[in-house]
Ligand binder design. Structure first.
Ligand code: ACO
Length: 273
């Protein structure tokens, strides 16, 4: 476990857990937190991580940007503002492009930049009664710095997406499932167990297949069907080579011996592929 001033990082059994740790400020993201996260995401040994869980300390997930420290105080210092942006957007981009599967475990308040952070993760597990909001219009701006991208890409229906950006009306974690922002919502008391269950499903798979599944999804959604077929096949053979053809030599060989049922079970990994 590594403790920084603003976050806690734990790494065990191919799972990295990062806890935003400014509970007294509802885990809003200060320039120092951005700098720490930028460094952590840059230096993490991703070959040892299959799943990255991001959560918040105390009763909040993340109350967005630290409005005082990121905007109000440095407003007249353009270089300082630029440094804050470089670190902030740097680590957000690293989360979006992360080779590990990213899970936002949303345990409490989730506003603005916090919604962006959850929105760029692959999976969002939330407590049912958490409160979410695009609060930017409440203080006179629109959701910027990737937050519009995040809400527009997570809430597919225009009439729903724009409504929340225009009104700043909040919604709950449970309502977030219907909107498409949240993968699964459970009572707060069950959130840790649900996260562990999902992490278990993921870590039973190989690291490379998880990374490639994400990579192919992200590229293919922008493609026409026929180029998508070509791209998917090229990536499949790339995966096969990088995993020493484990899917045929180990998994399908094991299926032939009726050792597992691929419909409901994962094959037993022989090496960490
Ligand atoms: N920036 C700076 N300080 C913050 C932020 C923030 N985003 N969020 C909370 N805090 C501070 C509060 O000012 C307060 O500080 P204080 O103890 O010095 O007074 C402390 O955290 C605790 O917050 P409270 O407001 O006392 O907690 P409460 O439970 O009553 O309300 C809530 C929680 C609703 C999250 C409220 O703090 C709030 O509205 N925060 C701002 C949320 C927001 O709009 N974020 C910006 C999104 S837009 C963007 O990210 C660009």
């Amino acid at each position: 476990m590594s403790t920084y001033d603003n976050v806690i990082v734990e790494i065990a059994d191919y799972v990295a857990t990062i806890t935003l740790n400014r509970p007294e400020k509802k885990n809003c993201m200060s320039p120092a937190l951005h700098a720490e996260m930028h460094q952590i995401m840059k230096t993490m040994d991703w070959k040892k991580v299959k799943v990255l869980v991001i959560t918040g300390a105390g009763q909040s997930f993340c109350a967005g940007m630290d409005l005082e420290q990121c905007f109000l105080e440095p407003f007249d210092d353009p270089e300082k503002m630029e440094e804050i942006n470089t670190n902030g957007f740097g680590w957000f981009t690293a989360v979006k492009n992360c080779p590990a599967v990213t899970i936002a475990k949303v345990n409490g308040w989730c506003f603005g930049g916090g919604m962006e952070l959850a929105g760029i993760c692959d999976i969002v597990l939330a407590a049912e009664d958490t409160v979410w909001g695009l609060s930017e219009v409440n203080f006179g701006i629109f959701p910027g710095g990737g937050t519009t991208w995040a809400y527009a890409n997570n809430i597919p229906a225009r009439k729903q997406a724009l409504y929340y950006a225009l009104t700043a009306e909040t919604f709950t974690g449970a309502e977030g499932v219907g909107l498409g922002y949240v993968t699964r919502a459970v009572p707060l008391a069950e959130l840790d167990a649900e996260c562990e269950r999902v992490v278990g499903l993921l870590t039973s798979k190989g690291r490379i297949v998880l990374t490639k599944t994400k990579e192919v999804y992200e590229k293919v959604i922008w493609m026409d069907f026929e180029p998508a077929i070509d791209y998917e096949m090229a990536k499949l053979w790339e995966l096969s080579r990088e995993t020493n053809d484990d899917w045929v030599r180990t998994a399908l060989a094991s299926f032939k011996k009726r050792e597992f049922k691929p419909g409901t079970q994962s094959y037993k990994l022989t090496t960490e592929v």
